[in-house]
Design a protein around this ligand. Structure first.
Ligand code: HEM
Length: 266
């Protein structure tokens, strides 16, 4: 679960890096969503943004998170994961008794070979996609463009769609309460459900909750893909339009200070 969160963190921080319209506006929305967290929301947004708004400092922070902090965190968590797999054994089929669980194939060379083949296949698919699926950059990020209609990448679409059903003071439910509860539930599931492992058909509650959740996520993703308009973003866009001149002045200053935008924004 922690590794999954780190991968989501990679997706979130990486998305800003191309610094085009899509990257900028999707991050405006996501940092605003992070800001809805009670008590600490504003602080989180400020820390992520490195100031009051998204600019040079945000890009530098996201770059550092994406290429230094998150890779080390992922590295460490993979290590812990491997340790647990070696120490406790893989979980195996539900009918396996504990002594059978540790009596599987040896890690070296069997498991290592299978992992290497899986990684290689994935690498081929990714390399082929990088070569043959065009993903052109959009216009350069323009904080003054109030008309831009941000649309997150597919893996975040369901979350953004969820936001649309909670407006005004209820926004916090869609943006913070539901995702946090879902994450906490998954994190603490092994401690909450300590019964003997059983085949899935003998676990009607788990089966129903999981199937409904998957269905809901797929449905929200489809709906989100069809109607990407995000009110939350247009509010932000309108606000940004008002501060348009300040914004570009700030960016100019930032680019002079840090040199981050020397290549692009000048
Ligand atoms: C699970 C691991 C990772 C995920 C899910 C991920 C995700 C992403 C995403 C979604 C983007 C935006 C791509 C775009 O829209 O053009 C991105 C960009 C980028 N990522 Fe990652 N990333 C991961 C690991 C890494 C690592 C380990 C590094 C380097 C240490 C890295 C370096 C970069 C760089 C430099 C960019 C900017 C590329 C550009 O602007 O064209 N990423 N990443």
């Amino acid at each position: 679960m922690l590794l999954f969160l780190v991968v989501l963190g990679f997706g979130f921080t990486g998305y800003l890096l191309p610094w085009d319209q899509k990257a900028y506006w999707a991050t405006v929305v996501s940092t605003k969503v992070a800001g809805t967290a009670p008590f600490i929301g504003e602080t989180i947004t400020k820390i992520l943004q490195g100031g009051e708004e998204i600019g040079a400092v945000t890009l530098t922070r996201f770059y550092a998170l994406h290429t230094i902090w998150l890779p080390w965190l992922a590295f460490g968590l993979v290590g812990v994961h491997l340790f647990f797999v070696r120490y406790y054994g893989s979980s195996g089929l539900p009918q396996n008794r504990p002594e059978e669980m540790n009596a599987g194939k040896p890690f070296y060379p069997d498991q290592l070979f299978e992992d290497a083949v899986a990684i290689f296949l994935l690498f081929i698919i990714l390399a082929a996609m990088a070569l043959f699926v065009p993903v052109p950059l959009e216009e350069l990020a323009d904080p003054a463009d109030a008309s831009y209609n941000p649309r997150p990448e597919w893996y975040f679409l369901f979350l953004f769609q969820l936001l649309k059903y909670f407006e005004g003071p209820l926004e916090v439910i869609g943006a913070f309460v539901i995702p946090t509860l879902a994450i906490l539930l998954l994190l603490f599931l092994p401690f909450l459900d300590k019964r003997e492992r059983a085949p899935l058909r003998k676990r009607p509650i788990a089966l129903t909750v999981t199937s409904l959740s998957v269905l809901l996520i797929v449905l929200l993703t489809i709906l989100g893909g069809r109607s990407p308009k995000l009110e939350i973003a247009s509010d932000e866009a309108a606000a940004t339009e008002q501060t348009e001149q300040n914004e570009s002045a700030t960016q100019k200053e930032a680019s002079e200070d840090t040199g981050v935008f020397d290549l692009d924004l000048e």
